[in-house]
Design a binder for this molecule. Structure first.
Ligand code: PLP
Length: 380
């Protein structure tokens, strides 16, 4: 099938696989084994990857902590910061965060923290007036995603960082969907912590990073206990091949992002216009301009999204985030932007990426439109 679910995950770029392979066989050393060349070679590879990840987001290598992915990074910052610092007891987040932010927030609420969940505007961006009112002298952390995994909306992170810092709070952003897709620079945005995931940017699964601004590392308590790897923040033998692949994926993204983002956005616009020409009453969700280039979230009239998807088996589509689809609850993101139950259940998410071709987009648009026409004719 034609793969149009790049928000769920991306294939490893073959160039990434190429650089990983030697670290699965000949260069298999443990980077903590400093006595021999096996270990030293692995350690050098990890440090090079750390620099490549740092370079993509405008950080220093010493500010990158490798984790198993954005889920772990989100947990590490939310739970790790609050277990060592309880001087302030308010956490501010938004209604459209990924579950790996919202679930730790739920636990923090149970532990007595005051969690403020900011509403978003119908375009999916955070209500800044509400943010300004919520971020106060009691606020320890503001955690807001950079871009949404369902509707693609990009948040005003620089403004939120400024609001947070004015009140002495720290700013974390879950940048899993943004890094490698849109310009993202921790210095320019004023970020203190950022979560990154390799498998969203053509790297391997099960590897990611937490960016920790220099000087803030000691404020985090690790989630796991063990050896002293990753600056005592994340023990466990490093996944060297995955880290090397993550580094290469970041290097490629840095080189190719401007061109790729233009190409992918043009394909997305083509898909949206072809569908809109054939299906009256389509509704596109998310911010019209401040949106991920490969994202399209579409609410269809008169049908249910899962029925539509089942009728387009030649295209790999999804209703919402991969982790919550399959439940009958409507997506919390679509609900937060004001869609009702029926609209949320009539919404599909399309993710276009590096390996999507124009032919695939034209074919997918045609197949989706035909399936919709048939279902409507048949009265579903
Ligand atoms: N945050 C966002 C916004 C995501 O889209 C995802 C994707 O699943 C995650 C976090 C989790 O990332 P990972 O799969 O690396 O744990």
């Amino acid at each position: 099938p034609i793969y149009l679910d790049y928000h769920a995950t991306t294939p490893c770029d073959p160039r990434v696989v190429e650089v990983m392979l030697p670290y699965l066989t000949g260069d298999f050393g443990n980077p903590a084994s400093g006595f021999h060349v096996y270990g030293r070679r692995a350690a050098r590879a990890v440090e090079m990857a750390r620099e490549q990840v740092a370079a993509l987001i405008g950080a220093q290598a010493s500010e990158i902590v490798f984790t198993s992915g954005a889920t772990e990074s989100n947990n590490l910052v939310l739970l790790g910061l609050t277990s060592s610092d309880q001087s302030r007891r308010r956490i501010v987040t938004t209604a459209v965060e990924h579950k790996s932010v919202l679930e730790p927030c739920r636990i923090l609420h149970e532990r007595g923290f005051e969690v403020v969940v900011l509403p978003v505007l119908p375009d999916g961006t955070v209500d800044l007036a509400a943010a300004e009112a919520a971020i106060n002298e009691e606020t320890l952390l503001v955690s807001v995603q950079t871009a949404n995994n369902e509707i693609g909306s990009i948040q005003p992170i620089a403004v939120l960082a400024e609001l947070a810092h004015r009140r002495g709070a720290l700013l974390h952003t879950d940048a899993a969907q943004a890094v490698g897709k849109i310009p993202f620079n921790v210095e320019e945005l004023g970020i203190d912590f950022a979560s990154v995931s390799a498998h969203k940017l053509y790297g391997p699964k099960g590897i990611g990073a937490l960016y920790v601004r220099s000087g803030l590392r000691r404020r985090l308590t690790p989630l796991l206990l063990g050896g002293g790897q990753e600056f005592n923040l994340r023990p466990g033998t490093l996944n060297v091949p995955a880290i090397v692949g993550f580094g290469e994926a970041c290097r490629l993204a840095r080189e190719e992002m401007p061109e790729e983002a233009r190409r992918v956005a043009a394909l997305r616009d083509l898909l949206e216009s072809q569908l809109a020409n054939r299906i009256p009453g389509l509704r596109f969700n998310g911010h019209r301009t401040r949106r991920l280039p490969g994202n399209s979230s579409i609410t269809f009239p008169k049908i249910e999204a899962d029925v539509l998807i089942a009728n387009v088996p030649e295209v790999a589509l999804s209703t919402g985030s991969a982790c919550s689809s399959g439940t009958i609850e409507p997506s919390h993101v679509l609900t937060a932007i004001g869609l009702d139950w029926e609209e949320a259940h009539a919404t599909i998410r399309i993710g276009i990426g590096r390996f999507t071709t124009r032919e695939e987009i034209e074919r997918a648009a045609h197949l989706i439109a035909i399936a919709w026409e048939r279902l409507v004719e048949a009265g579903q």
